[in-house]
Design a protein around this ligand. Sequence first.
Ligand code: FMN
Length: 371
Amino acid sequence: MAHPLLLDSLTVRGLTARNRLWLPPMCMYSVTAEDGRPSNWHVLHYGTRAQGGFGTIIVEASAVTPEGRLSPNDLGLWDDAQVDGHRRIVEAIHAGGALAGVQLGHGGRKAGTPPWRPDVEGARSGTLPGWELVAPSAAPYPGHAMPRALATEEIADSVRAFADAARRAVAAGYDVIELHGAHGYLIHQFLSPLSNTRTDAYGGSPEGRRRFPLEVVAAVREAIGDDTVLDIRLSATDWAEGGLTGEDTAELSRQLVRAGVDVLHVSTGGNVPGKVPVGPGYQVPFAAQVKQAVAGLTTPGGGQAQVVAVGIIDSGLQAEQILVAGLADAVAAGRAALRDPYLPVRWSHELGVNDWRAAHLPVQYWRGAWR
Ligand SMILES: Cc1cc2nc3c(=O)[nH]c(=O)nc-3n(C[C@H](O)[C@H](O)[C@H](O)COP(=O)(O)O)c2cc1C
């Protein structure tokens, strides 16, 4: 095979990732002191995957407010005291040769759950007692506590919380800021008519429902300046009658790019329980739809908007085919990288590349190359 596209570098806003393989954000639920501060676990976990050869690593959802955490053991960026720990993660990722990103999130009506780990009783079922939930509307996610609808004037505080967290992320050294606009969390809750029944300026029409996400994008773009990549993760479809569709997301994506987004990371679902046709590459068609929608649009940073596909992309060949077909600009592999931090090295081999220097993979490990 000719030099695989997967191993081509990708430059956005002057920042170059050595290849087109991303580690998507995955909560580790490992902040035992419940103070949102990263620990050695996080430094090792992300550093190892950088050494394994990922081009871009997105650190797990880090909450912009304490009540926005999905669980008490989530990372945070709501407090300056959390910056040092994030800086250690960034340094480990950079030492491994990858770009470092972080996902900024707020769980809204789905916040405050027990961690999703097999060693924790009642994992991810319902809301922890005493956790105050806020959301666009007073409508609970099934099985979770009733959230309080944000007052119109409180919405500006949420926008500011995202911008302040983004400023801290830049201070920690992150190259990429990813907004969590997917999986039924606060930004997605505003976007979807299934969770947003507001009658003020932040609801009532696609335009109203997009107001909060677009305000967050504008505020974060201003907070991070011109040298940091802004990425947003979206659930392209709610997989439910009356919910968001691929067409809605294609149109929204164009608005997001005009507002300052450089990268769209396309996932699906999570806002309402439903039947999802999960299978290999099942979300890739939605990434392709977004890619087509933003093709030809120039970002305010002067480049082309990039699209990342994710969801059961489990082999190098599958990843390469997605890129060669032009369905996305980069691919992310999550769970496969939990069982194998050296996935990029393995996929390079699968694609016939054992020259780790040419592939910009860690040369320190080259003597371990297949022969
Ligand atoms: C343990 C775990 C934690 C996750 N945490 C997050 C998260 O913090 N933010 C997010 O957007 N998605 C999260 N996800 C979803 C992944 O980023 C990814 O989209 C999903 O696993 C599908 O990709 P895959 O088939 O390659 O694993 C998580 C997934 C797993 C398995």
